[in-house]
Design a protein around this ligand. Structure first.
Ligand SMILES: [Zn+2]
Length: 486
């Protein structure tokens, strides 16, 4: 069968991790995923984007670029020009107190229509240019080139800046987004913005039933993340629940084999989780305490001239902006280094990325294009101690990665994802950052950092023998376009 005739369905299950997926499929708790896994290719170590936060990851998956190109730096970042903190409201997965109205608007509209760079294109845009239809179900990152009316139900109109209850956005030609846009006219939407797993699966089944599956469908289940934050990374119930919905989807065909005969099915996670410790004093890193000698902007009001620092916490990763020009980055880095729970610290200086750590001695500098080549064919100039990033450097200048997958490109990308003088900090496994009012996670799990616990996610590909060039999210777009267009 010609591959172009087979629709691709990419199911993104948030926070799906290799170990719990393997246990669930080996113990009969997830028969549909087991079927897809046993009848396809399984890649347990796909490298996610950095920071390991859903909006940055989904943007990488859909644009085939890291944050230096797509410009979605994280869930929480500081816009230097507008002097404002941008928070995408955590997609209702995680709580925020910065104003639901502003964050909803940021997430649903500004991310896609203002923040995402126009220098990159999404899969939807590339396919549309070739006259090929695609679909997005339940994803907050959805930019395409078809004007789409999103409808704000009266009950929720207070949450957005669109007073008249309707607004136009650029999406793929088939766009399903909870209450704001649904495929089934009378479908019931149980949550505010994104539907839950049942809603998501019903929207997908509707496309299949109407024989309306386009060449590519991206469908997100956003239900596991919140569970895992509280219950820890080995929670299997979430996988079982979503598996039941996938069973119903496969059951629409005369057999599951027939479902695979007719379509390419892919199942992927977005980020992993790092288990967090139980004692507040030991495991929660209060950045305001470490940086207590400086004036830190308060999140509920405009940034003022006298503010020296802005803290944008992305769970186990934080952007620390140094607004005071008389304050050197090095001064702040030295303060941060005194805390042994802070792992990788990185910043830009004179065209190079500088790395140090609260955990390990020494320093490392690197920049793209040099005599060292990493396992992804990217070349670098390296100077200093590779152990800071757990790099393995051979005598013939080959670089491979240990605890921090694709560390050089991913760190470089976050540091070049937006304007400003800032430092990136990562918490060591078990720990979580805290600043003013940011949610933290004790006795559960959290993500955001560069560490492999959060960076490796599984991918199942069933119905095609093709694979991405490298096991990374940033290689998914090229892979999908290859399957659809070749
Ligand atoms: Zn999360």
């Amino acid at each position: 069968m010609n591959q172009t005739t087979k629709p691709i369905i990419l199911l993104n299950i948030d926070s799906l991790m290799p170990e719990p997926l393997e246990i669930a499929t080996q113990t009969g708790r997830a028969p549909a995923l087991q079927f897809l896994k046993e009848n396809g290719n399984y890649i347990p170590n796909m490298v996610s984007s950095f920071p390991t936060m859903s909006v940055t990851i989904d943007s990488t998956l859909l644009t085939g670029a890291y944050a230096d190109k797509h410009h979605i730096p994280g869930l929480n970042w500081f816009d230097y020009r507008k002097k404002e903190i941008v928070n995408y409201g955590t997609g209702f997965r995680e709580t925020t107190r910065q104003g639901v109205r502003r964050t909803t608007h940021n997430m649903l509209y500004r991310l896609n229509n203002e923040h995402m760079s126009t220098e990159v294109s999404t899969i939807y845009e590339d396919l549309a240019k070739r006259g090929i239809v695609s679909a997005s179900i339940n994803s907050f990152v959805y930019r395409g080139n078809t004007p789409q009316k999103l409808h704000v139900p009266r009950l929720f109109s207070a949450l957005t800046y669109f007073e008249n209850g309707e607004w136009t956005t650029q999406g793929p030609s088939i766009l399903s987004l909870g209450h704001f846009s649904k495929l089934r006219k009378w479908g019931f939407t149980p949550q505010i913005a994104a539907g839950n797993y049942k809603f998501t699966a019903r929207e997908l089944r509707f496309l299949i039933r109407k024989n309306n599956l386009p060449a590519f469908t991206f469908c997100i289940f956003q239900d596991m993340d919140a569970r895992i934050h509280f219950r820890g990374r080995m929670d299997l119930k979430g996988i079982s629940k979503i598996d039941k919905e996938i069973q119903k989807i496969l059951n629409m065909y005369s057999s599951w084999e027939e479902a695979v005969e007719q379509n390419v099915w892919m199942v992927i996670g977005d980020n992993g989780h790092s288990p967090t410790g139980t004692r507040y004093k030991e495991f929660i890193i209060d950045l305001r305490k470490i940086l207590k000698n400086y004036r830190i902007a308060r999140i509920e009001r405009q940034v003022k001239n006298k503010d020296q620092l802005v803290l944008c916490v992305n769970q186990r990763m934080t952007y620390i902006y140094v607004l005071d020009k008389n304050l050197s980055l090095k001064t702040i880095v030295d303060d941060l280094k005194t805390d042994t729970r802070i792992d990788i610290i990185a910043w830009k200086e004179e065209d190079a990325v500088h790395v140090t750590s609260g955990l390990r001695e020494g320093s490392l500098r690197f920049r793209p294009n040099g005599q060292y080549m990493d396992v992804y064919n990217q070349t670098w100039e390296l100077d200093g101690e590779g152990k800071l990033l757990n790099l393995d450097v051979t005598d013939d200048n080959k670089v491979s990665f240990g605890d921090y997958p694709d560390a050089l490109a991913r760190l470089h990308s976050a540091l070049h994802s937006h304007e400003g003088r800032f430092i990136i900090v990562n918490a060591k496994p078990g720990c979580d950052f805290k600043a003013q009012l940011t949610p933290f996670h004790l006795s559960g799990a959290a993500h955001g950092s560069l560490h492999k616990q959060e960076s490796f996610v599984p991918l199942i590909i069933t119905g095609s023998d093709e694979k991405p060039t490298y096991p990374r999210f940033v290689d998914m777009k090229e892979f999908i376009l290859r399957l659809v267009v070749d």
